[in-house]
Ligand binder design. Structure first.
Ligand code: CLR
Length: 430
């Protein structure tokens, strides 16, 4: 019976893949996976997810505009008002970040593992007077894989920078991922926000239709003290709905520590509707107002120049043949095209070793925490009592968790955008 044998083969391959995952140690990139679970998109492209609602990002530079919904019994300072815009933009990024592949490809898939120096650039062009929002993404490390990004709009004086490393761990057919890194948002000359990245796990592996479920927390710390904690839950929790969250907003981290009543509580689904209450009304579920509806506003894709105009470092050009082979589902061709790319990388590294010149990152620098005067990371992390070290994003300073992740020779360094390097860039254009 030939009709059933092809499904048998697919099932066998998937079962084998799951078994491989279960006994796997180290970096996911080296895991061979059946073609149907491979994505033709590289992780360097994921940076664009921070701004697929650019209007909400720009709105955070609110220039006096009142955040809606507005509650009559709340006093809004300019800073609190802006903080709400920031929270709304952050919530709006989550659908793109964590569930867009399910919509575009039917399930979460294994992204292409970027090579060192791979870049992805693009822009959103807005109606006057909003200018252009630029997205720059660069693979700054291959082992471990780390992607750094910078998204900015000079006209609106708003910029976001950050970096990301996903560390997977496996236990009993469960794939859990801790995110390292953080994002820093700067609005105007003075207002800055630190955003931490939640942990997540992959559901649906056994059924061969994987999807991301967020399970940790994100913190947002503003330079004027405002603090938000966002708790993420999946299907089996609280509301029972997937992609649920609860966000509490406080005047300060110490209000949160002292268990003060939050100023606002927002709850619902980040992939759907969420509701905002004042801290006074939340328990009684009085006067609910819609906060955000992710299903109503489609993501705005950034513009990327045609592949013919891209350099060999640019993601879509570099992965063109591999992506085509993945779309064809041709296992051998995937392997062949990938090998060409990997061999070229190996030769580059070998030449660097021999000549003693190591690879130089293009737009980002690795900066020791105490020399980092390009961002307010130290100030904001200290306000939020978060670790300054290279530990999972959002780890509390001095906590057991921090101790668990700290290596003896730890020496905290973080990736920071170097605007001058981008302004001097000659080869890569938007
Ligand atoms: C990368 C940085 C983004 C947010 C984000 C979303 C989804 C994550 C991805 C990060 C890292 C890689 C990831 C992915 C989901 C699945 C994928 C963890 C954190 C792994 C490598 C693939 C697992 C393979 C199964 C799907 C078979 O801002």
């Amino acid at each position: 019976d030939t009709s059933s044998s092809s499904t048998d083969v697919a099932n066998f391959t998937w079962t084998k893949f799951i078994k491989n995952i279960a006994s796997f140690k180290g970096d996911l990139s080296s895991l061979t996976a059946p073609p149907f679970i491979l994505s033709p998109v590289s992780l360097t492209e994921f940076s664009q997810y921070w701004s697929e609602h650019p209007d909400l990002l720009l709105a955070a530079n609110n220039a006096g505009a009142q955040f809606e919904p507005k509650f009559d019994n709340v006093e809004y300072s300019d800073e609190l008002n802006q903080f709400l815009f920031v929270v709304k933009w952050f919530i709006s990024t989550l659908k793109s970040q964590y569930s867009s592949r399910n919509e575009s490809m039917g399930s979460e898939k294994k992204p292409l593992n970027p090579f060192l120096g791979e870049v992805f650039v693009g822009k959103w062009e807005h109606k006057e007077p909003q200018g252009t929002t630029v997205c720059l993404s660069e693979q700054v490390s291959h082992h471990p894989p780390i992607t750094a990004y910078s998204i900015f709009n000079d006209t609106n004086k708003i910029s976001l920078q950050g970096y990301n490393q996903a560390k997977p761990t496996f236990s009993s057919a469960m794939l859990s991922v801790k995110q390292f890194g953080h994002a820093l948002l700067k609005i105007g000359d003075f207002n800055e926000y630190l955003l931490t990245l939640p942990s997540l796990h992959i559901e649906g592996l056994i059924a061969a239709s994987p999807y991301v479920e967020l399970d940790g927390k994100s913190f947002i710390q503003g330079s004027f003290g405002h603090f938000a904690v966002i708790d993420f839950f999946g299907k089996g929790w609280m509301s029972g709905k997937k992609n649920s969250f609860k966000c509490k907003i406080y005047n300060s981290k110490s209000d949160y520590d002292c268990d003060e009543k939050p100023l606002f509580v927002i709850s619902g689904q980040w992939s759907g509707i969420s509701t905002i209450y004042t801290g006074d009304d939340e328990k009684k579920k009085k006067n609910p107002q819609e906060f955000y509806d992710a299903s109503r506003i489609p993501a705005e894709q950034l513009q990327v120049k045609p592949i013919e105009e891209q350099t060999e470092f640019e993601s879509r050009r570099a992965w063109k043949d591999v992506a085509a082979a993945i779309k064809e589902g041709d296992f051998n061709k995937i392997h062949q095209t990938k090998t060409v790319l990997e061999e070229a990388q190996r030769t580059l590294r070998k030449n660097e070793d021999e000549s003693g010149n190591s690879w130089e990152t293009r737009w980002f620098d690795l900066i020791p925490v105490d020399e980092d005067n390009r961002s307010s990371f130290m100030k904001l992390a200290t306000l939020a009592q978060l670790s300054l070290e290279d530990v999972p994003s959002g780890t509390i300073a001095g906590s057991k968790d921090e101790a668990k992740w700290l290596k003896d020779d730890a020496f905290a360094q973080h990736w920071r955008f170097n605007r001058q390097k981008w302004d001097d860039e000659k080869d890569i254009t938007l």
